[in-house]
Structure formats: C-alpha cells, structure tokens
Design a protein around this ligand. Structure first.
Ligand code: PEP
Ligand code: MG
Length: 591
C-alpha cells in the first residue's frame, strides 16, 4: 500500500530505491558491496562468528551443569537455551545468506539487516514473553559481530560503487540487484554520516533532526536527496521496501504505485536537465547586473572535498569544518603532523585558492564519538562547545593552531574561530596563537601568515561588533547557530523546526548590522551558514550588502545564477523595506 511520510527537506533531488533500515546503535559496522567471488568467504565469516558463539554457549552450559541450583539459577540455563535456539533459527541463517548472496552485502551489513527484519517480527508479536526475546536476538547478534572481529576479514572492502539508477523497467520488474539503496535510520550522528559519505547510499531519511542539524548539513554536502525529522519513518518503512525520497518537498513515499514512480522519474530527469543547464555557468564570473563582484566560496568537511569544491566553481574555501577530522576516532585526536597533512591536502586540493580553516567546533550535536554524547539532562548547545572546548584544553588547541600555522606556509590560509562571545575568550585565543607561533619559532619550524577571522554566531557577538572588529581581520556570520541562539530553538530538534526562522526580524537585524558595520570599517564579511546557499535568500543578502557567500559546493551554481540576475542598486532599497517589516517573509514569497 502506498503511503507518504512528511519530514523536513534538507538535500535536494529525488532518489528512488530500496530501503535499508539501520538501527543507529549498529552503525559501527561497515557497509560495502562485495563481489560475487567473495560470497562464499563472507558467508563463512558469519558461520565462523555464529559457531564461536554457539561453542561459548555450550561451554557455559557444561559449567552450569556442574553447579548447584543456587549458583546457577534455572533462568540462566533457560536463557542460554533461548540464545541457542535463536542462533540456530533457519530464518536468521537463510536471511543473512540472502543479503550476502543476492544483494552482495558484506557479512556485518547482512547480519544487522537481517536482525532488523526479525526484530520487526518480534515487535509485532502479541505474546509479551516472545516480544521481549528481541533483546536476546540483539545480544546474540552483537556477540556474533564481536566474534567475527576475531577473524580478520578475508576480503578487502572494494571501493564502494554507487549503484546505477534503475530504469523504469527495473522498478516495474522488481529487479533486486543493483538498484539504489536508501538509508533509513532513527538518528544518525555527523560521524555516522561521514562514514556514509564514502558509501553507496542514494538517499537518506531519519526520524529526527532539524534542517540545519549537522547530520543534515553533511547530507547536503554529499548532494544526495535527504529528508530528516520524518518522525516514525524507521518504524513505518520495512527493510527492502521501495521508497521515493523527495528531498525538495521533504516527503518520503513508501511502496509507490507505477503512476507515482513515473511522476517521480520525470521529476528526477527534470532535476538532471536543470543541473546540466546550471553547469554552463561554471566559468562565468559571479558579477551582478550592476557590476558588483561576488565571492562564492565552499564549505567543506574533509580535505578530500576540496577538488570537488574547485570543480563546482568555488573561488576558495570559506569554511573548513575541521572538527570532522576529530570525529569517530574513539577519543584519539589527530596529532599535529596528521592535522598538518590534512590541512595541506585541503590547500593543495584548492590549487592556490584561499582556504579558511575553522578551529575545532566539537560539542552540541557534534560529539566526538557516539559514546561520548553529553548527558541528556544538560543542554550541550549551551555547554562546552567550539572555542570553549578548545580553551578548556590548551594543549589540544595549541596543537591545532601549530598545525594550521605550518600549513599556512604552503598556501593561503585564513584562520577562523567559532562561537566567541567574550572579550576574555578573544584575549585567550590571541595569546595562545602567539604562543603557538613562539613554539614553532623555538623549534625552528616554518610557518606562514594567516588572516584571522571570528564567527558571529552568538547574538552577544553580533551586538558587540566593535570588540570583534578591533581584533579580527574578517568576520564570518554563522547563521545556523545565530538563528538557534537568537530564537532559542534547538537546530537539531524537529519538533520546533517550524519556529526556526532565518527571516525573523531579530535574526535579520543582527545579520544586516554585522554586514553594514564590516563594510563601513572595510573589513571582510561573509555568511557561511546554510542561509548562504539558499537561493531564495540570495537577493536579500545582496541587498543587505553581502558580497561573500560560503556554502555547500552543490549550491554554488544555483546561487551564481541568482547573482547574475541581481541588480544590487535596486535591491538595496527593497532590502530596507524588508528590514522594516514585522513579517519579512512575505516579501520573499513574492520576490
Ligand atoms: C553556523 O553556525 O552557521 C556554522 C556555519 O557553523 P556550524 O553549522 O558548523 O555550527
Ligand atoms: Mg556554528
């Protein structure tokens, strides 16, 4: 039966494919496709893991048999029997083989996929005792996965291939091999997303998350259709269901009929035609009708994103979110040399264009690892995040500063500091920067000059601009957080997403004032939050005097098209009108 689930549109485009449900707790397993010749070896790996757990249970059963009823309660023996039964369950075994042999999933992926299938059947059981056996199933799956780790993988994960797009014929014939896969999860951390960045998925859907949550940002940077905040999607969609992800409208259509498929297939082709049309603007300079030059920069998460940014027409990197180098490493942070090499890769990838490296912004919805998420009773967005985190660990911060300063000897580097609000934080940052330079000097290590920038993303900063302009060469407006902190809306919480409003007059005033003040004092200013890549806001930002936009590479050409059509002379007066209204949004609808 066809049905639709509504969520928030975060990454544009249409994806059509089969659902792969992933429970977030199991995301640590690798997801990659094997080749046909590796099927037997992968099945053998699962068999090895399963047999190891069965042997362990048999050992325990023998030990229990030697104990008295006091030391070994009856429940324990019964539990082991249940675990054995589950491990020997035909459906589990056949299911895992199916995912490996027919779908070419690697062993861990196949096992966790089948776990989801069987777990769902348990959920639907009337009998409470049987329903509760789901927890046992999860336990034994974890044990099998752990046992499999003991056996090194006989296969080298091949480079993940992107599945080809299915033809209408494929879809109607229900061809099961080689169709795109859509990842459906309750939640994904930014670190999970990073793992999936190299992977095979053609679309993403999560139950939770807001439009500017970091998970959504990474999905957007992958330029893959995605919907977040789709509430019950991970419960309503079943493993292997056909789904359409409409990343423009924020809708997920499950089990689409042939007519719906045809309609979305058409939309998909339209999107491709539009992209082809935009690609003609690649080498056109971003200049408005009245001759104003506009700088279109890229936001990147990893050094490997840099070549893609150049290909998209970016004239530099306006925001390198360096924290992604620090994530998913089980607390082992990258040392100075590793960071230096990563920054140099980004600089070289940009081929002489400037790179703005933001110091680490860990915290809030960007934990280092899943296991280190902050306590749920605290509000991490207001806690030890970004520069606060860096200043709390000066050695870590100095290591990063030294690595960036060294990289600045290789190419043009701007150094950007996130989430500053206090004069004392500015002073400490500058003093640590001096210290890092002195350390390099003492060690005889070369380093280069940097332009120093501050992010304006806390209202307190936007209201004390003179303090910032005294110390910094340029400012970069982080609208994602500026909106969050001005309106007291958690950017990652889908339940208040309707109140997360970039066009709230208070937000616009803070942005407008920052742009005006920087322009007046001839200091560089850019917007690097998601507003910069939103084409419906380009004219307004130009009208407010902004000439530097930093966004996901995939958005650059669409924003350039808006720039080429704009006349800033006319837009200035219009922007003034928008700014004096209580409901600025209405001007943009008719713009
Ligand atoms: C912002 O807050 O707008 C920003 C660009 O930083 P991040 O999204 O990484 O918090
Ligand atoms: Mg921010």
């Amino acid at each position: 039966m066809t049905f639709a689930i509504h969520g928030l549109a975060v990454a544009r485009g249409i994806a059509i494919g089969r659902a792969v449900l992933v429970a977030s707790s199991r995301l640590d397993v690798a997801h990659y496709f094997i080749t046909a010749s590796q099927i037997e070896a992968e099945i053998a790996r699962v068999r090895f893991g399963r047999n190891a757990v069965i042997d362990e249970i048999h050992r325990l059963q023998r030990t229990i048999a030697l104990m008295g009823p006091k030391e070994a309660p009856h429940e324990l023996a019964a539990l082991l029997d249940v675990h054995l039964l589950l491990l020997q369950d035909e459906e589990l075994i056949l299911g895992v083989k199916h995912w490996i042999a027919d779908r070419l999933y690697n062993a861990e992926w196949a096992l966790t996929t089948q776990l989801e299938v069987v777990a769902r059947q348990f959920d639907e059981m009337e009998d409470e005792y049987l329903r509760e056996r789901k927890a046992d199933l999860e336990q034994i799956t974890e044990k099998v996965l752990a046992a499999m780790k003991g056996l090194s993988s006989p296969v080298v994960p091949p480079t993940p291939r992107l599945p080809r797009k299915p033809s209408q014929q494929d879809l109607l014939l229900d061809d099961t091999v080689d169709v795109p896969l859509i990842l459906i999860a309750h939640d994904l951390s930014p670190a999970d997303m990073l793992q999936f960045k190299q992977s095979v998925f053609a679309g993403f859907v999560t139950d939770v998350g807001g439009k500017t949550s970091h998970t959504a940002i990474v999905a957007r940077s992958m330029d893959i259709p995605a919907v977040v905040g789709a509430r019950l999607s991970s419960q309503l969609v079943r493993q292997d269901d056909w789904v359409v992800v409409d990343g423009d409208a924020g809708v997920v259509i499950v089990d689409p009929s042939a007519i719906i498929l045809a309609e979305y297939g058409f939309k998909q082709r339209q999107g491709e035609i539009e992209r082809g049309r935009l690609s003609r603007l690649l080498h056109t300079p971003a200049v408005t009708l009245d001759g104003q030059k506009v700088e279109l920069l890229a936001n990147i998460e990893m050094p490997e994103d840099a070549p893609g940014a150049v290909k998209s027409g970016a004239v530099g990197v306006g925001l390198f979110r360096s924290e992604f180098l620090f994530m998913g490493r089980l607390g082992r942070l990258p040392d100075e040399q590793e960071q230096y090499e990563a920054y140099v890769r980004a600089i070289e990838g940009m081929r002489g264009l400037p790179v703005t490296i933001r110091t680490v912004d860990i915290g809030a919805d960007k934990p280092l690892d899943k296991s280190t998420r902050e306590d749920s009773h605290l509000n991490p967005a207001l806690g030890l995040r970004a520069i606060r985190w860096s200043l709390a660990d000066p050695d870590m911060f100095l290591t990063q500063l030294r690595a960036i300063l060294r990289a600045a000897a290789v190419g043009r580097v701007n150094l950007l500091i996130p989430m500053l609000a206090h004069a004392s934080e500015i002073r400490q940052t500058l003093s640590l920067l001096d210290h890092a330079r002195a350390q390099l000097d003492n060690r005889g290590i070369a380093f280069g000059p940097v332009q120093l920038g501050a992010m304006i993303e806390i209202p307190a900063a936007a209201l004390t601009l003179n303090l910032f302009l005294k110390y910094f060469d340029f400012l970069s407006i982080g609208t994602n957080d500026l909106i969050q902190y001005t309106l007291a809306i958690d950017r990652a919480d889908e339940s208040v997403a309707h109140l997360y409003d970039p066009l709230h007059p208070a937000v616009l005033r803070l942005i407008a004032n920052t742009i005006t003040e920087c322009n007046r004092q001839s200091k560089g200013v850019s917007v690097c939050g998601e507003m910069a890549g939103d084409t419906s806001l380009t004219r307004l930002l130009l009208g407010l005097g902004l000439r530097s936009f930093s966004m996901h590479p995939a958005q650059i050409l669409a924003v350039k098209q808006e720039v080429l059509r704009a006349d800033t002379g006319k837009l200035r007066a219009w922007a003034d009108l928008v700014m004096t209204d209580d409901e600025p949004g209405k001007y943009l609808i008719n713009a």
